[in-house]
Design a protein around this ligand. Structure first.
Ligand SMILES: [Mg+2]
Length: 170
């Protein structure tokens, strides 16, 4: 029994940013300086992240694509504004277009089971096909094609409801 407890994998949660904890705006020009720095966090997701970061059952990291060094810097500023004391190793930056799973698999090293929470089905399908768990973040503007029929949370829902869903799923 004790041996089994030690062998139990830690649960790693990877949280996307754009469209997941920050609202998604179709057609927005994200190359404008200040775009990522000025995004207002979705309050219910900020609360959910606060809970997950403090929950000893989980290791929590943000996992986000970036297209430029400027975007990367601005995302860091936004995150630290919303999560004072956040350490940079809690943020995984994935070059735009690359697989989030491939980018983190070296970190998994068999000691974590992992779950991605993301608004983009392409990332979720990729993650699941490679052996990860995946929950779609429904943000009010995605999910129109209905291609993802797996687990999902509503980013505007009560954080304790979303936490219960994550606990049951992962
Ligand atoms: Mg996203």
């Amino acid at each position: 029994m004790i041996a089994k407890m030690f062998l139990k994998k830690k649960k790693l949660i990877l949280m996307d940013l754009d469209g997941t904890i920050f609202p998604w705006e179709w057609g927005a020009d994200y190359t404008v300086p200040g775009y990522f720095e000025n995004l207002q966090i979705i309050h219910s997701m900020k609360l959910l992240v606060d809970i997950l970061r403090n929950d000893k059952r989980y290791v929590f990291k943000f996992c986000t694509a970036y297209t430029s060094e400027q975007a990367k810097k601005e995302k860091i500023v936004s995150l630290i504004r919303n999560f004072p004391g956040l350490s940079l190793d809690e943020i995984i930056f994935v070059p735009y277009g690359e697989s989030k799973y491939d980018y983190v698999k070296n970190l998994l090293d068999k000691k974590y089971s992992v779950c991605l929470i993301d608004d983009y089905s392409h990332n979720l399908f990729d993650f699941k096909s490679k052996g990860g768990n995946a929950i779609k973040a429904m943000n009010g503007v995605n999910g129109t094609k209905g291609t993802w029929t797996g687990a999902s949370i509503d980013v505007y829902a009560n954080p304790s409801k979303n936490l219960r869903y994550i606990e049951n799923y992962f």
